[in-house]
Design a binder for this molecule. Structure first.
Ligand SMILES: NC(=O)c1ccc[n+]([C@@H]2O[C@H](COP(=O)([O-])OP(=O)(O)OC[C@H]3O[C@@H](n4cnc5c(N)ncnc54)[C@H](OP(=O)(O)O)[C@@H]3O)[C@@H](O)[C@H]2O)c1
Length: 254
């Protein structure tokens, strides 16, 4: 299937590793022009160089998207380089663990600072451009935004992202802008959180994985990235305000 993404400008927030890196590669394969963001510039610049060697037009932006000015700076760079934004993929996020009793108020604030505000601020910063292009926003949440268990300060921020997806989908539909959530299950990739946990406790984590994930393996970053590319494309034109679970059957909810 031709996703008809060729020439579209895609901004990938959190692009130097894992699902974001795989998303950048998938969108590059579809012919997108890319604006890639992460804090650390080493791996980001290396990815940008690799992609531009294969003919992709790419702008790498070293920016902290949890900072006040970060999201606006990023979208400003996209507009300066390419003159518009067709696709915005929000992937910044992560968890530092903990139960309700263990998590302090500061942990909850941190959960929202990492997992919710960057996505909201980048969406606001790109809104005019997205309306002009009748574009698409993809928020990458987690199955844990809909389930009990796991680190609660992370879960509640990811739940808020699901709610934001619904609101943006409904409110922006009259402008032709779509918003879709992608909720991954446990994804293994080099340098990611499951990679670290697996190295720290190979037997325990493998046992947990076999018990919790029906397919008996972790998901890959590419398996999430391909879904993101499809949802960002016109081929998903009737999908908005909803979430797509990408978890190999791991979660309990549909
Ligand atoms: N991996 C999983 O099992 C899993 C499961 C469910 C949901 N998710 C969600 O999927 C998303 C991506 O997960 P992942 O495992 O691929 O993440 P990851 O390995 O932690 O990579 C995150 C990417 O975002 C960048 N980043 C982090 N903080 C940033 C900030 N403040 N400003 C700008 N860039 C920032 C990182 O680069 P720098 O560190 O250099 O900034 C990196 O490129 C996250 O929202 C995560 O919660 C992941």
């Amino acid at each position: 299937m031709d996703l008809a993404l060729s020439g579209k400008v895609a901004v990938v927030c959190g692009a130097s590793r894992g699902i974001g890196r795989a998303t950048a590669s998938a969108l590059a394969q579809e012919g997108c022009r890319l604006v890639l963001a992460a804090r650390g510039t080493g791996p980001l610049d290396a990815l940008a160089e690799e992609l531009s060697r294969s003919g992709v037009e790419v702008e790498a932006v070293g920016v902290d998207l949890t900072s006040e000015a970060g999201p606006q700076t990023l979208i400003g760079r996209a507009l300066a380089r390419f003159g518009g934004v067709d696709v915005l993929v929000n992937l910044v996020g992560g968890s530092s663990g903990g139960s309700f009793e263990a998590n302090t108020l500061a942990d909850f604030e941190q959960g929202f600072a990492r997992n919710f505000w960057p996505a909201l601020k980048a969406s606001k910063a790109a809104l005019e451009a997205l309306i002009r292009s009748r574009g698409a926003v993809i928020h990458v949440g987690s199955i844990w935004g809909r389930e009990a268990g796991g680190p609660v300060a992370y879960n509640v921020a990811k739940a808020a992202l699901v709610s934001l997806t619904k609101a943006m989908g409904q409110d922006l539909a009259p402008h032709g802008v779509r918003c879709v959530g992608v909720l991954p299950g446990s994804i293994l990739h080099p340098g990611g959180s499951w990679d670290r946990r697996l190295k720290a406790d190979p037997e325990g984590v493998t046992r947990w994985m076999k018990q919790e994930i029906p397919a008996g393996r972790f998901g890959t970053a590419e398996e999430v990235a391909h879904v993101i590319a499809f949802l960002a494309s016109e081929r998903a034109s009737w999908i908005t305000g909803s979430v797509v679970v990408v978890d190999g059957g791991q979660s309990r909810m549909f």
